[in-house]
Design a protein around this ligand. Structure first.
Ligand SMILES: Cc1ncc(COP(=O)(O)O)c(C=O)c1O
Length: 425
């Protein structure tokens, strides 16, 4: 019905306005650039392409093929990798494809545990379970939010998992893969790294470089620290032709038919923009996370891992056990237009009532915020969760801060020389 369509549009408009007035701090989200947005509503959205460029099952893909080849070329360059597939339509879809390529039902896979910050794809009720795999978990050093290196070495040699998977959803520090490389080789494990959260930091050269540290295959979302469309990617190096063929077969027809061509084009545009702005953006994201961490800590808030500088990524984990718990604090912050999520911390048993919050700085950075603004964000958070000030009052000051930061930065914007060439829609 017409009324329903109008009502739906109104909800989306209200949501958009709300987010414009808010401080979005969910660590897995980001903003796409104006050009990437144009790609998302271009005619590419309405089309199908199955298979690989030049070997499609459908006609009408002349320009789609050109864009996909460019996307692959840019990705190979940015990640210094021989093999890329941009057909998975999300990080989870990329993970399922990797699991299909590397393992068969009944195989053993080593993963971090959910309580260590792992993603549900590696849980028995997620992709790992869907593939019928047998998960075993790395010994974890909860104090340092990372693998226990010595114990993990022994564990790998003992367990000999077919696949060793790394990567987290609360990804504070690089994984010490170089340090366990000898054990991975002795175990004969295929080494897979889920970079969903840190892809933009890796691409900007500011985190670890998994492919140079012994990882064979990276899977990722392209919309968290990498500021692209909701989509997925598989990147590999030093894998033989057989594994490449298996990854491609898993990507299509395994987990996709057509691969959301509008998102693929938006990803290509984001990669082109990332070549110009990516390094600076990634560096600022991490500086901002560290600045936010120390400002919160100085106000008496329990930010995890102070002895390690809180984080080396975009993410902070904070304990709010003494301020009413993660669920309550996240709700109060939302009322003040500060958008975060509750999160389990080591020792928590309930994901519904955990003691922590997870914060990410990538989206605020993309809007141009720097250290001074992070200190202001910390004060706003403090007023809500420690001082228990009325969220309605704090909300006004959230807007005072946010109103000067509503335009996406680190990308080709209107007025920049290159922008006018892209005037598509
Ligand atoms: C480590 C990790 N892998 C995979 C995913 C799934 O990504 P997507 O939402 O693109 O399927 C997430 C999502 O947050 C994640 O944190």
């Amino acid at each position: 019905m017409k009324e329903d369509a109008i009502w739906i549009k109104d909800q989306v408009k209200a949501h958009t306005k709300w987010f414009e007035e808010s401080l979005p701090m969910i660590a897995s989200e980001n903003l796409i650039s104006p050009l990437a947005k144009e790609m998302m509503i271009s005619d590419f959205h309405d089309r199908y392409a199955e298979g690989l460029p030049g070997k499609r099952y459908y006609q009408g893909n002349i320009y789609v093929d050109k864009v996909e080849l460019k996307c692959l070329e840019l990705a190979r360059k940015i990640f210094k990798a021989k093999f890329v597939d941009v057909r998975p339509t999300s990080g989870t879809v990329a993970n399922i494809a990797v699991l299909f390529a590397l393992a068969k039902p009944g195989d053993k896979i080593a993963t971090p545990e959910l309580a260590s910050g792992a993603h549900i794809s590696t849980a028995p009720f997620g992709a790992v379970g869907l593939r019928g795999l047998n998960p075993v978990h790395y010994p974890w050093d909860y104090k340092n939010w990372n693998l226990d290196v010595d114990a993990t070495r022994k564990f790998l040699v003992r367990e000999k998992p077919k696949v060793a998977q790394f990567g987290l959803s609360v990804f504070l520090f690089p994984t010490p893969i170089k340090e366990i490389q000898d054990a991975l080789q002795e175990a004969g494990s295929a080494v897979w790294y889920d970079a969903a959260h840190v892809l933009g930091l890796i691409a900007g050269g500011k985190f670890q470089d998994p492919l140079r540290e012994g990882v064979q295959i990276i899977s990722a979302s392209t919309h968290k620290t990498f500021p692209g469309p909701n989509h997925g990617i598989i990147i590999a190096d030093k894998v033989d032709d057989d594994v490449q063929a298996k990854l491609q077969k898993a990507a299509f027809p395994g987990v996709t038919s057509s691969h959301h061509l509008h998102a693929m084009a938006a990803l290509a545009v984001t990669m082109a923009e990332f070549e110009i702005y990516g390094k600076q953006y990634a560096g600022q994201v991490i500086k901002n996370a560290k600045a936010l961490g120390s400002a919160l800590y100085e106000m008496g808030i329990d930010v995890m891992c102070p002895h390690l500088g809180f984080t080396e990524s975009h993410t902070l984990a904070i304990s709010v056990a003494k301020h009413g718990g993660g669920a309550q604090c996240a709700l109060d912050l939302e009322k003040a237009n500060i958008i975060t999520n509750k999160n389990m911390l080591p020792g928590d048993t309930s994901s519904v009532k955990p003691s922590g919050l997870r914060l990410g700085t990538q989206e605020l950075t993309r809007l141009g915020m720097e250290k001074g603004e992070m200190e202001e964000v910390a004060r706003l958070i403090y007023r809500v969760i420690v001082k228990k000030e009325s969220p309605e009052t704090v909300k006004k000051d959230v807007w005072e801060l946010k109103k000067d930061f509503t335009k996406v930065q680190y990308c080709l914007n209107e007025g920049t020389e290159a922008y006018k060439f892209y005037d598509l829609v």
